[in-house]
Design a protein around this ligand. Structure first.
Ligand SMILES: Cc1ncc(COP(=O)(O)O)c(C=O)c1O
Length: 457
């Protein structure tokens, strides 16, 4: 398996050709999932004692299996938070794999970690956090939020012995991403939700804190604000929340997994004012910084606190902490030990294109949301639910019931035309099913948006 022979050389050429073709395609097929039993019927037994051979396995992938995946970079894939990695970043993802780098410790991955840190410096500079702030790349926003909550919880426990036996509490709003609530479960802390999917305002946060019992107040250690909600692109009152967190001695984490890319855009940067006062921030380069999956990031105002929470100890690890191996060890600052240098593709793309091109590409996503808003206002069969925020647009098809949205989504997907999924928006005490666009891909055109809207007539 580890020898180089002619079969391996041929396979390498085939794989490279496939990768080049996929990287250079302008409009990939959107792809539609199939049931596992149908896929099994198409490909048969693939893992056998003697192997089916690389050529056969690769053909099965090309003919059947790849088609059962959605190409997240399709210009009419506007569901969830899409992605649109640069071609340079994808190419360097191949280089990252081929280079076999262990990215946990400087001793083994110095060159790769150096590159990651150069990219990280740019991301940190966008936040305006003070000197000394720094971060690491994680597998995504979920892992970044988890790493930050663990750091905050450990810091709170270190402040007072009484906190060591207490179950912590964090406050966020219902607009926060599902991963915040899920990660609180992992950490075993309770979550208090301020009942708004709109901007979390300082007053609402303060009155939630004021209503706590003395015991709950003792257990409260952090507030999670959102820098671009997943559903609607809303940015909380980061400055007001920061002021309260300072006054109340609470950790302030900002989940900007989706919205963080917009820090690079001059037109909306002011909406994030206050982010520079956070204790920790999540930003996902695999969302709006055009990295391939998977690449999240967690940034700390004081990385030493993260190190105290996350640094793993073991006699087999001592060498990594020795003076001779001295350098930045990413595994000290988040939950993972062995890790891919997943910031390396971003570094290459940033180095190749320069940060101005990133700015322009993010501005295009914001512009597409405005274009969609204008088109929706012009067309009689659709209307905006709220003004576009960042690159999210919520709109309704007048007269449609929830099942009409679902049916339309499936029909467009089956045809290979588009993937746009419904969501819900709170209207008074009830939730309305609406349609949602999220723009990331700068290759999406006005015509794409128009065609999607017209398919609702
Ligand atoms: C605001 C926000 N936070 C966290 C996440 C989770 O990120 P990931 O899927 O990379 O774990 C998402 C994903 O869409 C998100 O939009």
């Amino acid at each position: 398996m580890h020898k180089i022979d002619i079969d391996l050389v041929n396979m390498t050429l085939d794989v490279m050709k496939y990768a080049i073709d996929r990287i250079s395609v302008i409009e990939p097929k959107i792809g539609v999932p199939q049931k596992a039993e149908d896929l099994k019927a198409l490909v048969g037994e693939t893992v056998t004692a003697k192997g089916i051979g690389g050529e056969v396995a690769f053909n099965l992938w090309k003919e059947h299996l790849v088609k059962a995946n959605v190409s997240i970079d399709h210009p009419r894939h506007l569901a969830f938070v899409p992605a649109s990695p640069t071609r340079a970043a994808i190419m360097f993802d191949l280089v990252t794999s081929a280079s076999s780098i262990h990215g946990a410790y400087w001793m083994e991955g110095a060159g790769g970690i150096f590159c990651e840190n150069e990219a990280m410096k740019w991301i940190v500079s966008l936040t305006g956090l003070p000197e000394g702030a720094f971060g690491v790349f994680t597998s995504g926003g979920t892992a970044a939020n988890l790493s930050a909550i663990v750091t905050a919880r450990e810091y709170w426990r270190s402040l007072n012995d009484k906190n060591k036996s207490e179950k912590g509490i964090i406050i966020t709003s219902i607009g926060a991403h599902s991963s915040v609530k899920a990660m609180a479960k992992v950490v075993d802390v309770d979550v208090l939700l301020v009942d708004t999917e709109d901007k979390l305002e300082a007053d609402a946060l303060q009155s939630t804190i004021d209503k706590l019992t003395p015991h709950q107040r003792q257990r409260l250690f952090a507030v999670v604000g959102t820098g671009g909600t997943t559903n609607a692109g809303i940015i909380d009152d980061l400055s007001g929340i920061a002021t309260i967190c300072k006054k109340e001695h609470l950790w302030f984490h900002i989940d900007a997994a989706y919205g963080g890319g917009a820090l690079a855009a001059d037109s909306v940067r002011h909406l994030f004012n206050g982010i520079e006062k956070a204790d920790s921030i999540t930003i996902d380069p695999h969302k709006w910084m055009f990295s391939p999956y998977d690449c999240g990031a967690v940034i700390y105002k004081n990385p030493e606190l993260a190190k105290e929470a996350h640094s793993q100890q073991g006699s087999y690890l001592d060498i990594f902490k020795d003076e001779g191996a001295h350098g930045f060890n990413p595994s000290d600052y988040q939950i993972q030990l062995t890790r891919r240098v997943r910031g390396l593709p971003l570094w290459f793309s940033l180095a190749m294109h320069g940060t101005d091109r990133y700015k322009e590409a993010v501005e295009r996503g914001l512009e597409l949301a405005q274009i969609a808003g204008r088109l929706i206002n012009e067309k009689p069969h659709v209307e905006l639910v709220r003004d576009p925020s960042l690159s999210c647009v919520l709109y309704r098809r007048i007269g449609w019931k929830p099942e009409d949205y679902t049916h339309w989504t499936y029909e467009n997907h089956k045809k290979g035309f588009a993937l746009v999924t419904p969501t819900k928006w709170k209207k008074g005490e009830s939730f309305e099913t609406v349609s949602r666009f999220c723009f990331i891909n700068p290759d999406t055109t006005e015509k794409d948006i128009e065609m999607i809207l017209d398919s609702m007539i």
